[in-house]
Design a protein around this ligand. Structure first.
Ligand SMILES: [Zn+2]
Ligand SMILES: [Zn+2]
Length: 561
């Protein structure tokens, strides 16, 4: 029976291009999951968009002396181009700058206000006497009161992940002038998170399928006790409050950005000319909602967004939040300011998308932090993609194409070794299936590659390049089996490496999109028929020179003017 899967993916701030840490953090995993479910015949809706508001945008605009909207437009276009070239297959990648999003965000705000889950109160806000203005949270830095980290921001400590208010910081400073801010009173709207302490604890207790890191973080956060949080700010850039008399204030960015998951689904439904279609994903409780995010985003998706949904009522809560840990680069933390990063557009200008997707999958920071290094990239590309999998495909298809008139050979009777190879393929497909469904992507792709290794061993044992001289039927049987295995590999590696799988699909003689097929072992085996036409094959992957690692490492940390 077909399932319905909603996939929400973190909304990147449109203030700069994305780097590999972001891809490893959430975008790749979400895409693998979406492609897998589409192959399973399930209904998938995967959405995200550019976060157009917030201080990261206004800081950038101020630095460049341009309007915030210009910053958003520029990087939104860069994101769309990156998704296209990297193969991140969103059903909709929109932005929080749309009219639709404003309406939905204001509707939720108004509903929570009328139900008493939002109230006004005075709060202390950081005011810089030198800059002569109220400072947005990210303009204030200081020492984290929880873990003592010296570079905690006014909204969150990156070290321990806890959300903060600027006045909680020890030794707060304005990031522009370095001045100690004053705290002045201003009237703001508060979200009554404290009302959801018990309902959230009860809900989280049932989420035994969550990753341990997500579950533990969420439990600890709840056990610290939930405090009401201000959800408006003294700003001119952002969504207006739907209440009269607050013209100089805006809805605070984190409150409206998470609403993007809902507003994007509504926009997608409008675009597809079935304006009610979003309800199947949000109101039918058989739909499972997954949120792919980086670890610094956990509290917003396991606490704040669920609390907002509980308050609003009638919409599905998250089913799972498979957050990844961090990726480092050559053993150092990614840093935009020090240009210690590999930018997605730069990578895609120089290399194919699948080798990156492969490396970030087999080395995904799922249950612990992981590191990206260029030497590992080159090594895995050459030893694993080219030598193990690419070589398997190339030697089987080229040899068959040359010796059997470009056709799939007719098998004779199967030996035990042949049957064992087919059985291994079937059991691998089951394992990969279970692992992707449970968001264990690293294990899944590892099993796919074990099958490629098993197929190489099978070929070495059967040596069709020798038997062809003495027993053509025997060689044909071996190649027939090997092509069946390759057809399975094409499918089970497709979620990870869609471009090369699509290319292989063509070499195997199939027309059209690989996603028109289904993730089903028997139909994959059955699709390889004696006499079927193959197309002239070419290598799926390119070997990289060892000097690539040195050249690329030298680019890191060099300031780009
Ligand atoms: Zn901290
Ligand atoms: Zn200042």
């Amino acid at each position: 029976m077909s399932e319905r899967i909603f996939i929400g993916v973190a909304w990147p701030y449109a203030n700069g291009p994305l780097h590999l840490g972001h891809v490893a953090g959430c975008y790749l995993a979400a895409d693998i999951f979406a492609r897998y479910h589409r192959l399973k015949g399930n209904q998938v809706l995967m959405v995200s968009g550019s976060d157009s508001h917030g201080t990261p945008i206004t800081v950038r605009a101020e630095q460049e002396g341009i309007q915030p909207q210009e910053v958003v437009d520029r990087y939104h276009a860069v994101f769309l181009d990156s998704w296209e070239r990297l193969g991140i297959s969103f059903d909709l990648f929109t932005s929080t700058g749309t009219e639709n999003h404003r309406e939905v965000a204001q509707e939720i705000f108004s509903s929570l206000l009328s139900q008493g889950y939002i109230y006004t109160d005075n709060m202390l806000l950081a005011y810089c006497p030198d800059c002569r203005r109220f400072l947005a949270d990210r303009y204030v830095e200081g020492v984290c009161p929880h873990c003592g980290d010296e570079r905690a921001r006014g909204d969150q400590c990156e070290k321990c992940g806890r959300t903060l208010d600027p006045q909680e910081l020890v030794k707060p400073k304005c990031i522009i002038s370095g001045t100690t801010p004053e705290f002045r009173e201003s009237e703001h709207f508060f979200l009554k998170l404290s009302a959801f302490q018990e309902p959230l604890l009860e809900w989280v207790r049932k989420q035994t399928h969550w990753r341990l890191n997500v579950l533990n973080f969420t439990r600890r956060f709840l056990e610290d006790g939930l405090k009401d949080r201000a959800i408006s700010r003294d700003l001119s850039w952002g969504i207006d409050l739907p209440v009269e008399g607050y013209e100089g204030k805006r809805i605070y960015v984190w409150f409206e950005a998470v609403i993007g998951y809902l507003s994007a689904a509504i926009e997608w439904a409008k675009n597809s000319e079935r304006p009610d279609a979003w309800k199947e994903f949000w109101k039918d409780d058989s739909t499972r909602a997954y949120y792919f995010i980086g670890k610094d985003n956990i509290p917003f998706h396991t606490i704040i967004w669920p609390a907002m949904l509980m308050a609003y009522g009638g919409l599905n809560l998250p089913y799972d939040v498979p957050s990844n840990e961090f990726l480092s680069l050559e053993d150092r933390k990614f840093s935009t300011s020090q240009n210690w990063a590999v930018w997605v557009p730069d990578y895609l200008d120089r290399y194919d998308p699948d080798p990156l997707r492969y490396l970030l999958s087999i080395n995904m920071p799922e249950s612990g932090d992981a590191d990206f290094s260029w030497s590992e990239f080159v090594r895995r590309n050459n030893d694993e993609l080219v030598a193990t999998y690419g070589n398997l495909v190339n030697r089987v298809l080229s040899f068959t194409y040359r010796n059997f008139d470009g056709q799939i050979p007719t098998p004779g009777s199967l030996t035990e070794v042949d049957r064992a190879m087919i059985d291994t393929s079937r059991s691998t497909m089951d394992l990969v299936d279970d692992n992707i469904a449970a968001c264990r992507f690293k294990a899944a792709i590892g099993q796919g590659f074990s099958l490629a290794q098993a197929a190489n061993r099978y070929l070495d044992t059967k040596a069709p390049w020798r038997s062809i001289k003495t027993d053509r039927d025997e060689a044909g049987t071996t190649l027939f089996i090997a092509i069946q295995v390759i057809n399975c590999l094409k499918m089970l590696l497709y979620p990870f490496m869609p471009f090369s799988s699509q290319q292989l699909h063509g070499f195997l003689g199939f027309d059209g999109n690989i996603e028109d097929g289904v993730w089903d072992f028997d139909s994959l085996i059955g699709a390889i028929q004696p006499g079927g036409s193959l197309r002239s094959p070419a290598p799926l992957y390119t070997k990289l020179d060892a000097s690539v690692a040195d050249q690329e490492s030298q680019r890191l940390g060099v300031e780009v003017l």
